[in-house]
Ligand binder design. Structure first.
Ligand code: NAD
Length: 360
């Protein structure tokens, strides 16, 4: 551990802390700051306590298994822990699953956020003085609420909402609820909207881990459409630092866009993974992993391009990503090669790295 970053908010309730970004955030808060953390997570298919093994025994870390849709359980956890800030990440997060089964997305992302807001507001209203003044409710959201871009332009904090998938529509709904609770009740909220994250502990159905795992398994590497869709990649540990800054130093009522200045087409991403793997774990026959690539029919309603202008958080809060896409991708591929037991446990738990969300 490096010297702890001093943050004003010491008691932080994180929802969804057993997920991909949530676990990176919890590892960051425990490893790099002096915060005490309560992780509230239902442990759905996406929640995995193995991602928290490095911090599980730390006296500043606690876990409670609860559903954010259960208002009473949430209120009890808040009353018991008495947080200085709530960082709300729990969500159904996989776009493809939202096409096949949207009901859970409406329930968790919209109803669950509503229950979080109600419980947080009740608690916050009972605080006094400096505690009430400094309390924050930080809602973690996505750039997908802004719809799709063409070849040019960037999403900024003033871009109009235009969600296209059941997932992004449910996240847009939750953002509007958070904003309404700020304007109506004065709840000190922060909203952050980020681009596609990648890095260690990413669930194996998402593009980057899926491709790494299938590549080393000698399987075909599926690319949607012609692979020209563009995403703006953000290394998950850079995101965890940005979230901590936004929660601790952001201005209530404000939104901050978080992006890693790393726009790549999906095909470039898959090529990048193959090239790193060719270097770190060359196929026995001297071939390239690129030969395993196949093109499959596109996802319905597949947004063409997302790209973020993160200048507000860079200017106002002094955040900068530490990784560029090449360095972050290399670290990620190396992590999946070194941590087979983490992802093999998930695969053997019934999940298969197969395609979902073709709308059939
Ligand atoms: P994830 O799917 O990996 O993890 C979600 C976590 O929430 C899991 O631990 C799960 O058990 C928990 N959870 C789900 N439903 C719950 C419920 N009803 N009650 C309590 N816990 C519940 O998600 P992630 O990729 O870590 O994303 C975290 C947040 O960041 C989400 O709000 C997501 O919308 C947002 N986001 C993610 C990305 C990305 O690239 N992954 C990009 C932009 C925004």
């Amino acid at each position: 551990m490096t010297e702890a970053t001093l943050i004003d908010h010491r008691r932080i309730l994180v929802t969804g802390g057993a997920g991909f970004i949530g676990s990176a955030l919890v590892r960051h808060l425990i490893g790099e700051t002096q915060a005490e953390v309560l992780n509230l997570d239902k442990l759905t298919y996406a929640g995995n306590l193995a991602s928290l093994k490095d911090v599980a025994d730390d006296p500043r870390y606690r876990f409670v298994q609860a559903d954010i849709c259960n208002g009473e359980a949430v209120a009890a956890a808040i009353e018991d822990f008495r947080p200085d800030a709530i960082m709300h990440l729990a969500a159904e997060s996989h776009v493809d699953r939202s096409i096949d089964g949207p009901a859970q997305f409406i329930q968790t992302n919209i109803v669950g956020t509503f229950e979080m807001l109600q419980a947080a507001t009740g608690y916050w209203k009972g605080l006094e003085g400096a505690e009430k003044e400094s309390f924050r409710f930080h809602h973690i959201s996505t750039d997908e609420v802004y719809g799709a871009l063409g070849d040019e332009g960037y999403f900024t904090e003033s871009t109009a909402y235009d969600p296209r998938s059941p997932y992004s529509a449910s996240k847009a709904g939750s953002d509007h609820l958070v904003s309404a609770w700020h304007h109506t009740h004065g709840l000190p909220t922060i909203i952050t909207n980020c681009s596609n994250n990648y890095g260690p502990y990413h669930f194996p159905e998402k593009l980057i881990p899926l491709v790494i795992i299938r590549a080393v398994g000698g399987e075909e590497l599926p690319v949607y459409g012609d692979g020209s869709n563009v995403r703006d990649w953000l290394f998950v540990d850079d995101h965890a630092r940005a979230l901590t800054l936004a929660m601790d130093r952001g201005t209530p009522g404000e939104t901050y866009m978080i992006g890693g200045h790393s726009e790549r087409t999906n095909l470039q991403v898959v090529h990048g993974i193959c090239d790193v793997l060719d270097d770190l774990s060359p196929p026995a026959d001297g071939a390239s992993y690129r030969e395993q690539i196949t093109f499959v029919s596109d996802r319905p309603g597949h947004d063409f391009r997302y790209a973020i202008d993160p200048s507000k958080i860079e200017r106002d809060l002094g955040w900068k990503p530490a990784e560029n896409f090449e360095s972050g991708l290399r670290r990620t591929v190396q992590w999946y090669l070194d941590n087979r037991d983490w992802w093999e446990d998930i695969l053997s738990g019934g999940y298969r790295a197969e395609r979902v969300g073709i709308g059939g």
